[in-house]
Design a protein around this ligand. Structure first.
Ligand code: ADP
Length: 405
């Protein structure tokens, strides 16, 4: 069956079409077609890739991101029309899967989308405004383009439903927890995929493994995966908690916020600072992109160097905390944009983790062939660089759900 996946990020829209059977093995197969739209200020970049070839197009339009739905529709039309078409008609698509960032306490398993599910996703918009809204727009677009096709939501919070209460409940008043203010955790689709992939690469049953997965993209989070279940994670009630990120601060002393509020800063202002003007960008003043930070360090920029060092310091602290939650460590996984592509970050991070049994082979780390074990000869922990495969993981969930429907 052919399954189309929509993965709506805060500043990107990825789509991929897979052909898979009910018993397709868990390791990824290349999509028949994939497309990605990325927005940076007024600039929109479209990249498409299929057996029919590759194309890249850059356009400038004021508030490019506002045209998300229109641009996504135009991108998807390439599936069934034009010279690069891989389908003869849209009806060939059996199901559409959507990555939905926040499912809250109720929406934890992959589910066929109906009015109730849509309302549930909309109700959670306040907790992940950019992401859940983009997810809903994708659902509505597909309702328009493929009104008779099953649509399935897969939740990025779902994998963390197994967090023990000690990890999930904040030490504020208990009433917060009763109101739904708790740690949900995010990036679950990729954390789950990477832990499973690591176990298969180790040729061991995941039920006996303790794995820390480091998802380091524009957003960054860690997960502690014990026997295949998430038992701790760094993101929390929202995707703002935890590690330092491209433009997000990650965890800071909440006293800073009350101090700034008393000094006259409004809630929306603080929200903007913490989400869009902090992290690598905020500290360095250079960029949110790790590539630019590394470049600036090479030309002697001290604030870029500080941003790098804070990033690594917090990452190491987080890995330590996850290893403690697991009571041991068999594998450490680096994934997503920074995790997959920056030997510098992997080297600096692992250099401080020798006491945990982590040791990286410099040659393998520099080469970092996808899904390779880069640990050194004396290591007791396997260190993997694993390509994020969110669309593939969602397609598999869809195939399974369609099977049981
Ligand atoms: P998203 O979280 O939006 O899915 P990605 O996982 O693609 O994003 O990660 C994007 C980030 O990956 C970029 O902002 C950049 O910091 C980082 N990145 C990509 N390529 C490299 C590279 N070669 N070296 C260092 N960082 C990289």
């Amino acid at each position: 069956m052919k399954i189309l996946v929509l993965n709506a990020g805060s500043s990107s829209q990825k789509c991929a079409l897979f052909e898979l059977e009910r018993d397709t093995p868990p390791d990824p197969i290349p999509p028949l077609w994939e497309g990605k739209l990325e927005w940076d200020g007024n600039q929109e970049t479209l990249v498409m890739n299929s057996s029919r070839g590759k194309m890249r197009k850059q356009t400038e339009a004021p508030a490019a991101k506002q045209n998300r739905q229109r641009s996504t529709e135009a991108m998807l039309e390439n599936l069934w029309s034009g010279s690069g078409a891989v389908l003869s008609a849209p009806a060939e698509i059996s199901a559409v899967g959507h990555r939905i960032v926040h499912g809250g306490s109720q929406l934890t398993e992959p589910v066929v989308i109906d009015a109730r599910v849509k309302q549930g996703i909309a109700d959670l918009t306040a907790l992940a405004p950019l992401h859940n809204q983009a997810g809903l727009q994708g659902i509505e677009l597909m309702e328009k383009l493929l009104p008779d096709t099953t649509q399935i939501a897969v939740f990025d919070t779902g994998f963390h439903r197994t967090l023990p209460l000690a990890a999930a409940v904040y030490p504020g008043p208990y009433e917060w927890y009763e109101r739904g203010i708790r740690r949900y955790g995010f990036h679950g689709i990729n954390h789950q995929y990477c832990a499973g992939r690591a176990a298969r690469l180790m040729r061991q049953d995941i039920s006996s493994l303790k794995i820390v997965t480091c998802h380091l993209g524009n957003g960054c989070s860690l997960a502690a995966v014990n026997g295949g279940r998430s038992v701790d994670t760094t993101m929390g009630f929202t995707p703002l908690e935890g590690l330092m990120m491209g433009t997000r601060s990650g965890s800071i002393d909440p006293g800073i916020l009350t101090y700034l509020i008393r000094a006259g800063d409004a809630g929306d202002q603080l929200d903007d600072v913490l989400n869009h003007r902090s992290g690598l960008l905020g500290v360095s003043g250079v960029s949110r992109d790790m590539r630019d930070i590394l470049e600036a360090i090479r030309s002697g920029n001290q604030r870029a160097k500080l941003a790098f060092e804070i990033f690594v310091h917090r990452l190491q602290a987080g890995i330590g905390a996850m290893a403690i939650s697991l009571g041991g460590l068999d594998a450490l996984v680096f994934t997503a944009g920074i995790g997959e592509n920056s030997p510098e970050i992997r080297h600096a991070t692992c250099a401080g983790l020798g006491f945990l049994g982590v040791q990286v082979d410099d040659v393998k780390n520099s080469a970092a062939n996808p899904d390779e074990n880069i640990s050194g000869r004396d290591a007791s922990v396997c260190v993997f660089v694993i390509r994020a495969q969110e669309e593939w993981a969602i397609a598999q969930d869809c195939a399974q759900l369609c099977h049981f429907e």
